[in-house]
Design a protein around this ligand. Structure first.
Ligand code: SF4
Ligand code: SF4
Length: 192
């Protein structure tokens, strides 16, 4: 029938128009900031540093600086801790990220060999301080593994399992290095 397509289209438009007033599934506008959307697990904003237990001593970061080198806009700044003799320690004395420059690309997360840096979901970081207000330092970046589980449960669980397996491998390796190899021990026993 001529004109049927137009009527069908108008019906669909009317359904969407009125539906947007009473069907919660069709509401596209929310009353932010009073109302906030639930984020999908994969949603990301800026990076944060994961710690286990203690916010300072428990930081997983070993200050290898790989993320600093790989960050495309160069917004990570790391200075490793040193002992009294000037030897570099596996701990960042300074770890800053300028989130006004960070583009949330997640490259730092992908290159970190220690699962120390992950993407946060916190996006309300605006500040009136134009000079350094958006440079997040080590203490602002440090967040617990429990927090990581809260925002990314599946990913954090997989990382925990991977780290536990790695610890076991290292322990087994250390134990094997301490105990003499069976063949070597047998040879020693045979000697007069
Ligand atoms: S998310 Fe990307 S831009 Fe931001 S700190 Fe990491 S590597 Fe740099
Ligand atoms: S966050 Fe990871 S890659 Fe960056 S310095 Fe620390 S251990 Fe190295």
């Amino acid at each position: 029938m001529p004109g049927f397509g137009i009527i069908k289209g108008l019906k669909e438009t009317a359904r969407n128009f009125f539906g947007s007033y009473h069907d919660p599934g069709r509401f596209v506008t929310i009353q932010y900031p009073e109302e906030k959307r639930e984020h999908h697990e994969n949603y990301r904003s800026f990076p944060f540093l994961v710690y286990d237990g203690d916010p300072v001593k428990g930081l997983r970061c070993v200050s290898c600086k790989i993320c600093e080198k790989e960050c495309p806009p160069q917004c990570i700044y790391i200075v490793p801790e040193q002992d009294g003799s000037g030897k570099l320690l596996k701990f960042p004395r300074i770890f800053d990220i300028d989130v006004s420059v960070c583009m949330g690309c997640q490259i730092c997360v992908e290159v970190c060999p220690f699962d120390s840096i992950k993407m946060d979901q916190e996006f309300e970081v605006s500040t009136a301080d134009r000079f350094g207000g958006l440079i997040l330092n080590r203490s602002k970046l440090a967040k617990s593994n429990e927090y990581y589980h809260q925002i990314r449960p599946a990913e954090a669980t997989a990382v925990d399992a991977q780290l536990a397996a790695e610890r076991e491998r290292q322990q087994a390796k250390a134990a094997a290095a301490k105990s003499p190899a069976p063949a070597a021990a047998a040879t020693r026993e045979k000697k007069p």
